[in-house]
Design a protein around this ligand. Structure first.
Ligand SMILES: [Zn+2]
Length: 307
């Protein structure tokens, strides 16, 4: 299995267009040790397969596809993207679907709640309904392992199991419908031939038993690295919400994910969906050193992980 990180930042990217925080300013000006990052999107392919599966579809998907030769078309109208999986309905995870509207059939795997949130009452979605069968939705059920096939039913060599993770509906749908366990999920992606497993949990509000089980013995784990601390935004005047209110467990501190997952038995452990305010983006920060000392890595755009 080959995992290519196309985008590793949280919503807004790094730097964020309207942010002049020390991180964003520093990366623009080249005065800090950190690299720019686009919003979260990851491509996964089974060995020997020329199709790949996108995990989330960011607003920057066009540029992300261009940045990866393996995702370039091989015929006048073609894409190696065989399927798209969505972890939740946050715009940084699904807005890119609307950018893939050029009369190309798509197959999208998501929970019922995420599908409804994206398609119902969304006049822009009509751009993906230009012809019958433009988008095929495959509804994922938590705890079920599904074969990931392309729009013509050909296997990608990968299966996906949706994992329940504590999360919430996207901001633009808050208050519209009751909370649903399918609002936000993670995935266990398994390569059928080798049995190798990628645990992909890019949005996690707390570590539950289900989260632990999803991670246990995975060959690689991608985990929510949005914030270092709960009050990261308010402390620097960037916002008022705490990390937990945004359904993101911080990385640092005594109850952070680094401490809670200290004993986890898994292969490569990588933080992704990193917000531009997070001090661990700086390669010479003490926060980055703490992450590295615990055996974790921080994803970057262009990172490849082979399992
Ligand atoms: Zn910033």
């Amino acid at each position: 299995m080959l995992i290519r990180v196309l985008g590793s930042a949280a919503g807004g990217g790094f730097p964020q267009w309207n942010c002049g925080c020390p991180n964003c300013r520093g990366v623009r000006e080249g005065t800090i040790r950190a690299s720019a990052r686009t919003q979260e999107c990851v491509a996964v392919s089974a060995d020997g397969s020329d199709g790949c599966v996108l995990l989330n579809c960011s607003p920057e998907v066009r540029g992300q596809i261009e940045s990866a030769p393996a995702l370039h078309p091989r015929a006048p109208r073609h894409s190696p993207i065989a399927a798209i999986l969505l972890t939740n309905g946050d715009l940084d995870h699904c807005l890119g679907l609307l950018s893939l509207r050029e009369s190309h059939r798509l197959i999208v795997y998501a929970t019922d709640a995420v599908e409804r949130g994206f398609t119902r009452g969304n006049v822009l979605y009509r751009t993906l309904e230009r012809f019958p069968g433009q988008v095929t939705w495959r509804l994922l059920k938590v705890g079920h392992e599904d074969d990931i096939v392309d729009v013509d039913g050909r296997t990608t060599g990968l299966t996906a199991e949706a994992v329940a993770v504590p999360g919430k509906a996207p901001v633009h749908l808050e208050g519209r419908s009751p909370a649903d366990p399918g609002d936000s999920v993670g995935f266990r992606i398994r390569e059928a031939r080798t049995g190798r497993v990628l645990a992909y949990l890019s949005g996690v509000a707390s570590v539950t038993e289900a989260v632990r089980q999803a991670i246990a013995h995975a060959d690689a784990v991608f985990f929510d690295g949005t914030f270092w601390s709960s009050d990261e935004l308010s402390a620097s005047g960037l916002g008022t919400k705490r990390a937990e209110e945004m359904a993101h467990l911080p990385v640092g501190g005594p109850t952070g994910s680094l401490a809670q997952l200290a004993g986890v038995r898994a292969g490569r452990r990588i933080y992704i969906h990193v917000n531009n305010s997070n001090p661990m983006l700086r390669e010479d920060s003490r926060e980055r050193a703490a992450v590295a000392a615990a055996g974790w890595e921080v994803a970057w755009d262009g990172m490849e992980v082979r399992l």
